[in-house]
Write a protein that binds this ligand. Sequence first.
Ligand code: 13P
Length: 280
Amino acid sequence: MPLVKLSDLVTKSDHTYAVGAFNVSDMEMAMGAIKAAEEMNAPLILQVAEGRLRYSPLDLLGPVMIAAAKRCTVPTAVHLDHGSEMETIRLALDLGFTSVMFDGSKYPLDENIARTREVVKLAKSYGADVEAEIGRVGGVEGDYKSVDILVTSVEEARQFAEESGVDALAVAIGTAHGNYKEQPVLRIDRLKEIAAAVKTPLVLHGGTGLTNEDFRACIANGIQKINIATASYDASANRIRKVAAENPQARYFEFSEAIVEGTYENVKKHMEIFGMKDKA
Ligand code: 13P
């Protein structure tokens, strides 16, 4: 199955399901995600965040992700998550990533738009798609620094979508990256208003720890891509701990299998919640 673009997958979502985008940091996590997608006959977005690249350099991990997507039997997109440096974005595009996210959410609106337009121009020259963020999702993908949530305004979302030309737009409606200390109350009212005002497919970041009801409400009210990272890392780490506790003589390969299986279980669980079965 060919490597596909983000837009090929998210524009098909008709508000009865959303496409899960799953962060990976090594070959084992990519294998686990692919196993889940093939079993579910579901489309897949494999992504890695710039903030994680100190553990998994992009020039090493990127080719693994591309190769994994190419051998997958269901349509798979390969995406750079939370890119902020042009150097990282350019490298991802050179490696064949089919989309990149430019996260300019820390900049004032005009500057975010201007910088995003530069990324769109570059990505289009590679035939790739771009996701950007408006408002601010809490936490920081990669090191869990606390960042205040800034709920996206309808007017800013409309202006940003029109002027930036992005293919997917991440909105802040009360979620945060990492595990929640308190269950968040999502601004579904705001999401609904944004979805009515903006045609660009909308993205939900900070998926880990939301309830099934939260996910369903987000999908029904306009979210077409949902990012899941922490839950896969935790599921894999928990599996490793279990193997080590149950078998002190466990070999390296039992641990690497634990990563594949931990990611597989978590990705499959979220694909079921997102309604992705047979949407490939
Ligand atoms: P979580 O780590 O909360 O699942 O967030 C994932 C994410 O939004 C990646 O961009």
